[in-house]
Structure formats: structure tokens, C-alpha cells
Design a protein around this ligand. Structure first.
Ligand code: MRU
Length: 344
């Protein structure tokens, strides 16, 4: 179990987040005492990754309850609700954010007039359950991998993106610990460079050797038969098995199918949205043009050029070989197989 750092920490009455915009060069925690500041931090990518933003939002509801319940006046529930709506709107694509807020709202409804401790317990439960799910998925995913296989992972899906251990990176951790992996490749993940900055940092902290590739080297890597697996996380999995994940995942899945490389998607049940019929209906976050036009605040694109910067894309279910959740492995996911997740 990776324990070298914790990206999300609850300390007494405040929330501390490892500022992922500053990694890998600077390890600095920012401290938060109110929910609107946390919503801004989620939007600005201080914390990112689908499960991590859900867990963060859950703790932000505790901050909101602390602040508004303590203040004079009978409208604290209304203010808390406003904070919840602000948090929900911070990023639109990952379903974990809304999922966690709905859980907190159910807890609030049952908690009466002194909700803070009940909400804190619920946020901690959400956090711990995510770590447990990741360790479980790590084992399921690693079981699929043959000794001597090499893998390509994408974006950052590790302890930084989750409550701990990671989804796709949890599988990499488990498979590495089992002595199965030959090489681990990571895609840089333009434009925000989650792979180069964050995944490479996490893996080196764990002494797992990592080789970075530019995103446009992936198909050639496959053609050279250097990887047997692409392993990614998801920001949302629709009811028909479509996978919404970091922009670039779709082209990896297309290249995988062409080259006979297996595509494994690793996501907890909190990422599976059975109320979303298919992936094309999921709102895709558009981020600032500057993320593409600039690097570290320095313009790199020709002056006058514009950018199109969707943060996520949709991989059709038919391109996914395995979907791993904490409930087990689904081979060739489809609507019928995913429906079973509703009742297990
Ligand atoms: O924009 P980000 O960095 O929040 O995107 C994160 C991803 O796309 C991850 O691959 C996804 O959240 C799965 S991680 C557990």
C-alpha cells in the first residue's frame, strides 16, 4: 500500500490538499476552511482525478456545515445547500463529485440539527471505502496480467487522483508487487501533463521504474510490440459501458484494437453512472485555451492561433476489453453486464 504521501487530509477542523499544480517540483499543502474556496480549488485543479474530487467535496460539505451551523441565524440549511450546488458545478464530467454530494445530502437529511459529526463520519467513510475499492481492484486487474507483460498507463490515476493507492495505477502497483511487470510506460498527457508530472512522480516515489512517452508515440509503441496492455481509469462509465476519461483515451483504445493490445479500464462503482444511457450524453468539460497555447505560463503557440481543449473524450464500450470495479471484472462490458452492478 502506497503511504508515502496523502493528497487529501482532514485535520481537526480544516481540509488540507496537496497542490497538484505545483508537483513534481514543489510539495506544498493548501489549507481550506470553507466550501467555496474548495470549489475553486477543484475547478483550478489543486486537486483532480474523479474519486479525489468526490472525496474532497464530501469534506467540503463538513466545512460548510461547521461554518454555517456555528453562525447565528436559522438559514444554515439554505447556505449549506448553496455551497453544495457550488461544489457540484466545479467540474462537470466526473460523476464521483455529484455521487459524493448526494451521499452527503442523504446523511444531512438524516442528521437533524447537529449534523457536523455525522457528516464528518460520512466523508471519512467515503474516503476509506475508495481506498478499499482501489486495493481490491488492484488485485483483480493484476490477476489479468501475465508475467513479463508491459503496460502503458495514461493521465494520473494514482493516490493523487483517488483516496489512495489508485485505480489504473493501483493495478500497476499490484502487478509490480506481484513481480509480473516487465516495463511501465506512461503517456505525458497533454496539455496538463498529468502523466509526466504526477504519474511519473508517484511511481518514482514507490521505486517503480517508469518510462515516459509523448502521447503521439503510443501507436508506434504498440506496433513495436512493446506493450500488451493499456490501463486507464475513468471519470464516468455510462450504462452501456462507454468510458469517459482523459482526452486521448479514445485514440489509445482505437490503436489498441488495431494492434491487438488489451484495453483495461479500472474504476470504482462510484464512477459507474447507470442513469446515463450512453457516453455521448455526458457533459464534456472544455478548459481554457491557454492550457494548450502556453507551457508553464509561457506562450508556445504562434500568436493568433486558437485552441480547442476538451478535457475528456468518450471511448465506445466496444473498444474496452475489461472493466474492473471492486465488484469484479467485466469482460467486454455492455449494457446487460453493467445492469448487474445495480443490484449486486
Ligand atoms: O482532468 P483530471 O486530471 O481530473 O482527469 C483525471 C482523469 O481523467 C483520470 O484518468 C480519471 O479521473 C480516473 S482517475 C482515478
Amino acid at each position: 500500500m502506497n503511504s508515502t504521501f496523502q493528497a487529501i487530509k482532514w485535520t481537526d477542523s480544516t481540509l488540507r490538499l496537496l497542490d497538484q499544480r505545483r508537483l513534481p517540483h514543489t510539495e506544498i499543502y493548501l489549507e481550506f476552511g470553507d466550501a467555496p474556496a474548495v470549489a475553486t480549488a477543484i475547478r483550478d485543479m489543486v486537486v483532480r482525478g474523479a474519486p479525489a474530487i468526490g472525496i474532497t467535496a464530501a469534506y467540503a460539505v463538513v466545512l460548510s456545515a461547521q461554518q454555517h451551523r456555528a453562525a447565528a441565524g436559522g438559514d444554515w440549511r439554505e447556505r449549506l445547500q448553496q455551497d453544495i450546488e457550488r461544489l457540484a458545478a466545479a467540474r462537470p464530467t466526473a460523476v464521483n463529485l455529484v455521487w459524493a454530494l448526494q451521499r452527503m445530502q442523504r446523511c444531512l437529511a438524516a442528521a437533524g440539527d447537529a449534523p457536523v459529526s455525522a457528516l464528518l463520519e460520512e466523508a471519512k467513510r467515503i474516503h476509506q471505502a475508495d481506498i478499499d475499492a482501489n486495493v481490491c481492484m488492484g488485485g483483480f486487474g493484476a490477476d489479468l496480467i501475465n508475467k513479463g507483460d508491459s503496460v502503458l498507463t495514461y493521465c494520473n490515476t494514482g493516490s493523487l487522483a483517488t483516496g489512495g493507492y489508485g485505480t489504473a495505477l493501483g493495478v500497476v502497483r499490484s502487478a509490480w508487487a506481484a513481480g509480473k511487470l516487465n516495463r511501465v510506460f506512461a503517456g505525458e498527457t497533454r496539455p496538463w501533463l498529468q502523466g509526466a508530472r504526477l504519474t511519473a512522480w508517484e511511481l518514482t516515489q514507490d521505486n517503480i521504474p517508469v518510462t515516459l512517452i509523448t502521447d503521439n508515440a503510443a501507436a508506434f509503441l504498440m506496433q513495436q510490440q512493446q506493450v500488451q496492455w493499456v490501463i486507464t481509469g475513468a471519470d464516468r462509465v455510462a450504462a452501456n459501458g462507454d468510458v469517459i476519461n482523459k482526452i486521448g483515451t479514445y485514440q489509445l483504445a482505437v490503436a489498441c484494437r488495431h494492434h491487438g493490445v488489451k484495453m483495461m479500464v479500472v474504476a470504482p462503482r462510484s464512477t459507474v453512472d447507470l442513469d446515463m444511457p450512453d457516453g455521448l450524453q455526458v457533459p464534456i468539460e472544455q478548459r481554457a485555451e491557454s492550457e494548450v497555447l502556453e507551457l508553464a505560463g509561457q506562450r508556445i503557440a504562434a500568436s493568433g492561433a486558437r485552441a480547442w481543449n476538451p478535457a475528456f473524450d468518450v471511448t465506445p464500450a466496444g473498444l474496452v476489453d475489461y472493466l474492473v470495479t471492486e465488484s469484479g471484472v467485466i469482460e467486454a462490458p455492455d449494457r446487460v453486464k453493467l445492469a448487474a452492478l445495480r443490484c449486486d
